[in-house]
Design a protein around this ligand. Structure first.
Ligand SMILES: [Zn+2]
Length: 605
């Protein structure tokens, strides 16, 4: 019997008590306090659950600035200018020289890959035109035998420079396709949000080729798979991280300023995946070696969604059904793996920070869609073609492992989604929610390579753990939010996120709380990118009010599965909020609504 109710209730109660217990709920099982380890197991797993590893759990307390990866992000323009491809300035491929002792640590795997990047004598990665041709070829020539799998190229949008953004979908009709709840579980594989991280795209071409050739028939029996190999084609063409307008696509998943993030949102809304795997490459950096005295050694760095208001069981499923087998699989394949973390650009700051806890980051935004959301970063940033086959092999191995786990747990994942959706709806109008949180300072035992000898050196570093969120601001959860009729742009973006918005069809009175601006506080440049690009953070005062609402104004109920995504953009003090980022012009144009409106409304189509 599949039971979530009792452990979750306990977990939620804990959330009101304080930060330590809250993080216990949000973190993997090994961090649970003893009271939560006793029966019934607080696990969504029904079979074959590997025991979580007994690592050194990070622990402690105090906020820190965001990751340096975040700091690399660009501006927060509300509209994306259309760039001509002629404007694209191509960054030369880096050609780092790697000492022999280090290179010996990363032997080339004995595999062969058939993407254009691996053609003999080739120096470029697969081009956008080649990718398009490959996807079309797979669509036409898939040999899935007697299987009933459809293969379709999906057009998700057009990049800022006019390149199509395309996915390839391997799907079967649901037995009851009309009912969304009966939808076959879908896994989304995503790469190429950062144009200078090529291994993920090459890997997803290889994965799509393998699926189309019928080599994953057992997986297609259980799940649909949608592959988006290159989400930022302009960045790939220029070999630059960001989109053509300078925006970091992976930090644009709530504001949706870019065509690229909108394309990803369209896919996520259309297929409502139960698993999202996002492939990146982390920079192997001389600055890192200068700071820590060691060379980064991990083939893959991994993290799942770590964001306030994430359903605890989504985290548990990510840990137990996916991360644990993924670590085991990669290690048995001779690859090294650790948690994802970055360093700050301050040479004196020897802290490693796990990936962002901001809701606008793709990994976290997908988590707030109640998908198991996983990030895999291979050791390839700034490395050009060095170790390319190993990097791609690492990604291909990771994808295979995640697909296997998704297929194995397909039924459980569907039940998990249904449970979390119902639970999210039930949370409206009651309890507390976290508007802003920080990772928890701690120490962590990791390892690096000696730059001269290549030997493994173990060391303990200062560590900001995203597995334990420290709430910075909490607030009672309203029933929903009211928006003035002038806030059509915010409504448009909410709809692009898949959030249901209702239009008020009659005059009425709503009991709620309005906002008054207290301060716009500047955000340090390094933190601004993780703050959804906003250079300011808002502080507001709540004003209890009876609101006379006009016909044509809007109501966003939290009684919907994407309620936590709505909170992240509509609470003004949430770092990624539409008010902080100028999409809602004035905080007085929105309000928290504390009772269900007894007014006639129409859901926007
Ligand atoms: Zn990246």
């Amino acid at each position: 019997m599949f039971r979530f109710d009792r452990p979750l209730a306990r977990c939620r109660t804990a959330a009101f008590v304080g930060g330590a217990l809250l993080s216990a709920c949000a973190a993997p099982q090994r961090y649970l306090p003893p009271s939560m380890r006793t029966a019934p197991p607080p696990t969504p797993v029904t079979a074959n659950v590997p025991a979580p590893p007994r690592g050194a759990p990070p622990a402690a307390s105090a906020p820190r600035p965001a990751s340096p990866e975040a700091a690399a992000s660009g501006a927060a323009a509300v509209t994306s200018p259309v760039r001509s491809p002629a404007d694209v300035v191509v960054t030369p491929l880096p050609t780092p020289s790697v000492p022999a002792a280090i290179a010996a640590r990363f032997p080339e795997p004995a595999v062969s890959f058939a993407t254009p990047a691996f053609d003999v004598g080739r120096t470029a990665f697969t081009t956008n035109a080649e990718l398009r041709t490959i996807l079309r070829g797979l669509e036409r020539g898939a040999s899935l035998g007697e299987q009933a799998t459809d293969v379709n190229v999906l057009s998700l949008g057009v990049s800022q420079a006019g390149e199509p953004i395309e996915a390839i979908a391997f799907t079967r009709p649901s037995a009851a396709a009309a009912a969304a709840s009966a939808r076959r579980p879908t896994v989304v594989l995503l790469a190429g949000q950062h144009g200078d991280e090529p291994a993920g795209t090459e890997a997803l071409i290889i994965v799509a080729q393998a699926i189309a050739a019928g080599r994953h028939a057992n997986i297609l029996e259980r799940v649909d798979v949608v592959v988006l190999p290159r989400a930022n084609p302009d960045g790939a063409a220029a070999f630059t991280r960001n989109a053509a307008d300078g925006t970091d696509v992976n930090r644009d998943h709530l504001l949706l300023n870019t065509a690229e993030a909108r394309a990803i949102a369209k896919l996520l809304v259309d297929v409502a995946p139960i698993v999202v795997l996002d492939l990146h490459e982390y920079p192997v950096s001389p600055a890192f070696t200068a700071k820590f005295g060691g060379v980064q050694r991990f083939d893959a760095l991994i993290q799942y969604a770590t964001v306030p208001n994430l359903a605890a069981f989504v985290t548990k499923a990510a840990e137990e059904w996916f991360r644990v087998p993924l670590l085991a699989g990669l290690r048995s394949g001779g690859m090294t793996v650790d948690w994802y973390a970055t360093m700050s650009s301050d040479p004196a700051d020897r802290t490693l920070t796990m990936g962002s806890v901001g809701a606008q980051v793709g990994r976290n935004a997908s988590g707030l869609r109640s998908a198991v959301s996983l990030l895999v970063e291979t050791r390839g940033g700034g490395m050009g073609r060095v170790d390319l086959k190993r990097r791609v092999h690492t990604h291909v191995s990771a994808v295979g492992n995640v697909l296997t786990s998704a297929a194995r747990h397909a039924d459980d994942l569907v039940k998990l989604r249904q449970f979390v959706d119902r639970d999210t709806i039930a949370l409206a109008c009651r309890g507390e929610m976290v508007l802003d949180a920080a990772p928890t300072p701690s120490e962590y035992a990791t390892s690096m390579l000696d730059p001269a000898t290549g030997d493994v050196r173990r060391l303990t570093v200062s560590w900001l753990s995203a597995l334990q969120l420290r709430p910075l601001k909490t607030r009672p959860r309203p029933c929903g939010y009211w928006l003035a009729e002038s806030e059509g742009e915010a409504v448009r973006r909410l709809r692009l996120l898949g959030i249901e918005v209702q239009r008020l069809d009659e005059l009425g009175e709503l009991r709620g709380e309005g906002f008054r601006m207290v301060a716009r506080e500047p955000v340090a440049p390094e933190a601004a990118a993780s703050n959804a690009g906003a250079a300011t953070r808002l502080r507001v005062q709540l004003l209890p009010a009876l609101l006379d609402v006009a016909i044509g104004s809007y109501y966003v109920s939290l009684e919907q599965p994407l309620g936590n995504l709505a909170v992240a953009v509509l609470e003004p003090e949430s770092p990624a909020s539409y008010a902080a980022n100028g999409i809602i012009a004035d905080v007085e144009h929105e309000a928290r609504i504390l009772t269900r409106p007894a007014i006639r409304t129409t859901a926007l189509p």
